[in-house]
Design a protein around this ligand. Structure first.
Ligand SMILES: *Cc1c(COP(=O)(O)O)cnc(C)c1O
Length: 366
């Protein structure tokens, strides 16, 4: 039971709004896979999936353990494990998760297991590398895969997919179009040679925005579900899902010449009122936000972080803000604040969100 006062509120209405926003960009028959890896992009994958389970066709997680957590919460929607590890394949079967088999090493290991367990038509997914060069089979592997599939009834190809390297970047349009063409070739080869038609999917969030013609039978939506599109205009159509708040633990009056925090990084030149907040770099607040780069909101006013960000706390300047110990603190509650934090932390929104640690209490509101 997490009773921490620093709380990430996941806005269920916003999740639903964002899902609907992408749905209306797609053909009615296109399936939706919601990506809930990395604790639902730093929130709570189980809570997000439980909320979305009747609204989407599929979930994806990166690793088996994340899928097991969903099953243990009685979520019965199909779950694609994007990056299964060989030692976890048995658990994948036990928990009825669906592995992405992306190379012969994993393919063969799974086939061996499927044989030992006498599985019939166990749903597996095949990923093709079309240019990201991260995971996936290549064209030259197709005939060998097809030959293996002809000889077994232990597994069945539930889907064929690939992942785009630069779907958000229109300067890379040629490269992306080529990836899609490359994937289309793979799909045709399988459709020609199998007696059934696996689901096809290649688009992530920014793919849906920029290349909706390539939606095939399903799309995989991650960051968009959590409120971020490709640009400010798109993002303004989406609702923020991650709201991080805390409370003031203690207020100090700092006299001129006194310092605040580790390494005495903040030196008062006049009397300063500081507030200590129970959130630090171990909770996902980058140290780059220290020394007045980042701020929080207290009673609707900006309170800059003074001194260095500690592991478990930050100190903020509240000299000009009327406030008391126990008052609420907003670390972020809209996309602009999250984007600003990402920029000041010299990273992207994906990292700012997924940095929010499990120590932070998570609640989902509807
Ligand atoms: C993480 C991931 C996604 C989701 O991407 P977004 O840009 O967050 O929509 C989709 N597909 C794969 C293979 C991924 O790893």
């Amino acid at each position: 039971m997490n009773n921490h006062v620093t709380v990430l509120e996941i806005d269920g209405n916003a999740l639903e709004h964002n899902l609907h926003y992408f749905k209306q960009k797609l053909k009615p028959e296109t399936k939706i896979l919601a990506v809930v890896k990395a604790f639902g992009y730093g929130s709570d994958g189980v809570k997000v999936a439980d909320f979305l389970k009747d609204k989407v066709d599929y979930f994806a997680v990166a690793y088996a353990s994340e899928g097991i957590a969903l099953r243990e919460a009685n979520i019965n929607t199909p779950i694609l494990v994007l990056h299964p590890q060989i030692p976890t394949l048995a658990d994948i079967v036990t928990y009825k998760l669906e592995p992405n088999l992306y190379c012969f090493k994993v393919f063969d290991a799974f086939l061996k297991l499927a044989d030992e367990e006498s599985l019939i038509d166990y749903p597996i997914h095949l990923k093709f590398n079309t240019g990201l060069n991260r995971l996936g089979f290549k064209h030259a592997d197709i005939s060998k895969i097809l030959a293996c599939l002809k000889e077994t009834n232990h597994i069945k190809v539930q889907s064929l997919f690939s992942h785009l390297a630069a779907s958000e970047d229109l300067n890379e349009r040629d490269f992306t179009t080529n990836q899609i063409a490359n994937f289309t070739y793979v799909a045709q080869e399988f459709y020609k040679n199998l007696s059934y038609e696996p689901i096809l999917h290649v688009l992530n969030t920014s793919g849906v925005v920029n290349y909706s013609d390539a939606q095939f039978n399903m799309v995989r939506i991650g960051i968009g579900l959590y409120g971020f599109g490709n640009d400010a205009k798109e993002t303004s159509q989406l609702k923020n899902t991650h709201n991080l708040t805390s409370i003031i633990s203690q207020i100090h009056s700092i006299e001129p010449g006194e310092t605040v925090g580790y390494n005495r990084a903040f030196i008062a030149t006049e009397t300063v009122k500081s507030a200590t907040i129970p959130v630090g770099h171990a909770d996902g607040i980058s140290r780059r936000l220290g020394n007045k780069k980042g701020f929080v909101l207290i009673n609707n006013q900006k309170a800059p972080i003074i001194g260095n960000v500690c592991m478990d706390m930050i100190m903020v300047d509240v000299t000009k803000i009327e406030c008391k110990e126990g008052d609420n603190v907003i670390i972020f509650n809209n996309q602009e604040m999250i984007k600003n934090i990402a920029m000041l932390s010299e990273t992207i929104v994906y990292e700012t969100l997924t940095a929010i640690s499990p120590r932070v209490k998570k609640i989902l509101t509807k």
